[in-house]
Design a binder for this molecule. Structure first.
Ligand code: FAD
Length: 325
């Protein structure tokens, strides 16, 4: 038996959440004294594939196939399932990313496996029981789930497991699978980005603003700060409902769930429905003029002040820092 980790890449580069998932999968492999195998799909440089060894993968299966250049849920799930079967992998680990959330249930069906998505801690294995702690109710609670099937699929919430490095390099092997036409029933022909901005679900830094900004005409400073930080922009629900910002930026229980390293919330009260979408953020900075705003309770850093005074100063400070760096 082995553990298989799907090492997701974005435009040929592995992200921090992938290294977290590999480190997490390695710890699971250690629990069962078994090997960790990684699978990568798409065009990733050979040295980046081998570097997955640093996070615990002993072998990396490289799937480079023109048909799989763009992410296709069903086809990727088939390839990962085939790799799991070929390597006798009873446990498959993924990142609970946008694509991971699509893959996990499909893998569950293909491998007849119990699935835990949104895992936040290592599995506990005792008295023959295998349990995993996960987020529930859009991040408002935790649940402990027992997986009773022999095969298991676990999708790890980003920013909940630390990256662990060692000095190893992994061996890299090509892994070729015959793709089935039925896996391409819905085919991605082309991806035309509507904007050059950083994509929100995958963003490492998010600058988000709420009704405290008063109106759409004031978003220039939000965009300027986001541009300086290389961040995606986001907003609260009432802001997108009012048409101040596009719905694609709405974060929360009924919007997009984000998991950046840094989430900057400006003029957002911190209602529970908003917090549901940002609870996997690593560091939260809140700017609000009301010191009693609920958002401060979950903030790592808080600035009590008027956004219209704080933001220009913050933008000037970031510019000064960048000019001197
Ligand atoms: P407000 O609640 O109006 O807060 C504005 C904040 O800005 C206040 O804290 C105020 O102190 C501050 N402020 C005002 N002026 C300034 C200034 N000049 N400088 C600095 N700070 C200032 N909301 C979401 O965001 N996402 C969701 O997915 C979502 N889903 C929902 C689902 C349901 C079923 C329901 C019932 C609600 C949902 N909501 C959601 C709405 C949520 O309950 C809140 O109403 C909403 O998040 C509030 O948005 P806000 O913080 O921008 O506005």
């Amino acid at each position: 038996m082995s553990v298989l980790i799907y090492a997701e890449n974005a435009a040929g580069k592995f992200k921090k959440s992938t290294f977290e998932a590999v480190s997490y999968a390695k710890a699971i492999a250690n629990q069962s004294s078994t090997n960790l195998i990684a699978i990568s799909i798409g065009d990733v440089a050979a040295e980046d594939l081998a570097a997955l060894g640093k996070y615990g993968a002993e072998k990396v299966l490289n799937v480079s196939n023109e048909k799989l250049k763009n992410f296709v849920n069903q086809a990727y799930a088939s390839v990962i399932a085939e790799a799991a079967k070929a390597n006798n992998s009873a446990i498959v680990v993924l990142s609970n990313s946008f694509s991971g959330r699509g893959l996990a249930p499909r893998l569950g069906v293909k491998l007849e496996a119990g699935v835990v998505d949104g895992a936040v801690a290592l599995p506990e294995v005792s008295n023959g029981k295998f349990t995993v702690k996960k987020t529930a109710f859009s991040g408002k609670a935790f649940a402990t789930v027992e997986i009773t099937s022999a095969n298991k699929v676990i999708a790890l919430t980003p920013n909940t497991y630390k990256v662990v490095e060692s000095a190893l390099n992994a061996s890299v092997e090509d892994f070729n699978v015959e793709t089935k036409a039925s896996d391409f029933a819905a085919l991605v022909k082309d991806i035309v980005r509507s904007t050059d901005k950083v994509s929100l679900p995958d963003a490492e830094i998010v600058v988000s603003a709420g009704r405290g900004l008063k109106g759409p005409e004031n978003w220039g400073m939000v965009e300027e700060l986001a541009g300086l930080l290389g961040a995606a922009t986001a907003c609260s629900k009432p802001v997108s409902d009012a048409g101040w910002r596009p719905h694609s930026e709405h974060v929360g229980q009924t919007g997009i769930a984000v998991s950046p390293n840094l989430y900057v919330a400006i003029g957002i009260s911190g209602a529970i429905q908003h917090l549901a979408g940002i609870s996997a953020s690593k560091v939260i900075v809140v700017i609000n003029k009301d010191a009693e705003a609920p958002f401060f309770k979950v903030a790592d850093y808080g600035i009590v002040g008027d956004a219209f005074e704080v933001l220009p100063k913050l933008i000037a400070a970031v510019k000064e820092y960048k000019a001197s760096a």
